[in-house]
Design a protein around this ligand. Structure first.
Ligand SMILES: Cc1cc2nc3c(=O)[nH]c(=O)nc-3n(C[C@H](O)[C@H](O)[C@H](O)COP(=O)(O)OP(=O)(O)OC[C@H]3O[C@@H](n4cnc5c(N)ncnc54)[C@H](O)[C@@H]3O)c2cc1C
Length: 405
């Protein structure tokens, strides 16, 4: 084994780099092991990120990373009804995920983190139940006081510590293609399509970029995502018209954890963050903001552990308590919302989207504040009559459809 470092981070995705940055800027010695020869690839994500959440995290996104600035969304029901939610101010950025990940890695490197590329972690090194480092593909082993698992949607390392991993039935398969053009889509609006034939258990999206290209994708928990995407682009009564002259330039498939956060993310000498801990919004599959929020906490707790030289599960459990305080209610509320959405028939989704557009709910939703914190947003807007009506209808639909099952 080589010289011991304070912290090894497995994975140079956004969550790994942000945890590394946070711990390194406090003074911890951090090594990031990334299996690829660089960070950011292969890209798979829409990069649709809430601006106020990025500000809350203290992340200034460089201009060249921003592909578009979005003011709202058009929701298209299974039968083609539309609800337009437009805000007066920009709400989200569409970022180039490759450049975004590189930016976070640069922040970590500038703070002193050491990146080891082409370094695939094969397993954890355990000693009497405590994590003491990692074994890389090949013969090499690296010693550390703490390993932060940021390997993405996988439970390989986590399960080695005895923690409960992701349930395979609760992982959706996301597919996204980048296309060279589109028609009849407002440049500052994303389009979201619902329907059991469109994307069962999820939704499809078209996200325009400023340069005239777009990201088109969906996720599904059943069937073949490629077949669904082809059907969406070629046959969907609304989307196919907008995409009829578009050719795909780059396509990727990647898993999305949908089960809400894992119950335990800590063991002796070990913390799990981001997709590896399923810190992903079950409503939208968005994992960057909550993952970064938890990664920041993981970096802080890892640094505090280094400071007092206590790497026990008891000490590191403060990571679990702190991320639950910040994100636990939200993620669990979104899990309930996801279950409600799953139980709605296409006809009820049609009715809800129709009702939203009739009741002018867009004016109210703009007041909802942080769209990442959907649980709190729901509470804050529920006092407005239009939204209250939609939420009541939504709950009523859900109750009646579940009691009938
Ligand atoms: C189609 C699609 C669209 C999405 N769109 C959005 C969106 O618009 N907004 C949003 O917020 N989220 C979105 N997501 C989710 C988002 O991409 C993830 O939540 C986010 O990337 C999680 O970050 P992470 O750092 O935890 O993991 P990853 O980004 O998966 O990074 C993991 C890193 O670890 C490396 N790695 C893995 N195993 C090892 C190993 N054994 N050794 C060394 N290195 C390893 C990988 O190479 C990778 O660099 C989308 C996901 C998909 C599939």
């Amino acid at each position: 084994m080589n010289k011991k470092t304070d912290i090894i981070v497995v994975g140079g995705g956004p969550c790994g780099s942000y945890a590394a940055y946070t711990a390194a800027k406090h003074g911890a010695e951090v090594t990031v092991c990334e299996e690829h020869e660089d960070v950011g690839g292969p890209r798979h994500c829409a990069g649709h990120l809430n601006i106020s959440s990025l500000k809350r995290l203290g992340i200034r996104v460089p201009q060249d990373v921003i592909e578009n600035i979005i003011k709202g969304a058009v929701f298209i029901s299974p039968s083609g009804k539309q609800f337009v939610l437009r805000c007066s101010n920009p709400v989200t950025y569409v970022v180039n995920r490759e450049l975004f990940d590189k930016h976070l890695a640069e922040l970590a490197m500038q703070s002193g983190a050491d990146y080891r590329f082409k370094s695939r972690v094969k397993s954890l090194v355990l000693d009497t139940g405590s994590v003491k480092g990692v074994a890389l593909q090949g013969e090499e082993k690296l010693k550390a006081n703490i390993v932060i698992d940021a390997e993405g949607c996988s439970s390989k390392l986590l399960k080695q510590t005895g923690l409960k991993g992701l349930k395979s039935g609760m992982v959706a398969r996301g597919i996204q293609t980048e296309v060279d053009g589109f028609e009849d889509i407002e440049e500052d609006m994303v389009e979201v399509y619902f329907g059991r034939n469109v994307a069962p258990g999820f939704f499809a999206w078209i996200i325009p970029r400023k340069d005239g290209t777009a990201k088109v994708g969906l996720a599904t928990r059943t069937g073949n995502p490629q077949d669904y995407l082809r059907r969406f682009m070629e046959k969907h009564p609304v989307a196919s018209k907008k995409l009829k002259k578009s050719s795909p330039t780059y396509t990727s498939i990647h898993p999305i954890p949908m089960e809400g956060p894992l119950p335990r993310t800590v063991s002796s000498g070990f913390l799990a963050v981001g997709d590896a801990a399923s810190q992903v919004k079950p409503t939208t599959g968005g994992g960057v903001i909550f993952g970064l929020t938890c990664a920041q906490i993981a970096g802080e707790v890892a640094w505090e552990a280094v400071n007092v030289q206590d790497f026990s599960e008891t000490f590191l459990s403060s990571y679990q308590r702190r991320w639950k305080r910040v994100a636990g209610f939200e993620l669990n509320t979104m899990l309930r919302m996801r279950k409600m959405l799953d139980s709605l028939s296409d006809r009820r989704l049609d009715n809800i989207i129709g009702l939203c557009s009739k009741l002018n709910v867009d004016n109210v939703l703009e007041k909802a504040g942080d769209l990442d914190f959907q649980g709190r947003s729901l509470i804050s807007v529920a006092k407005y009559p239009g939204t209250a009506a939609v939420i009541s209808y939504f709950i009523f639909s859900w109750l009646t459809s579940t009691t009938r099952q």
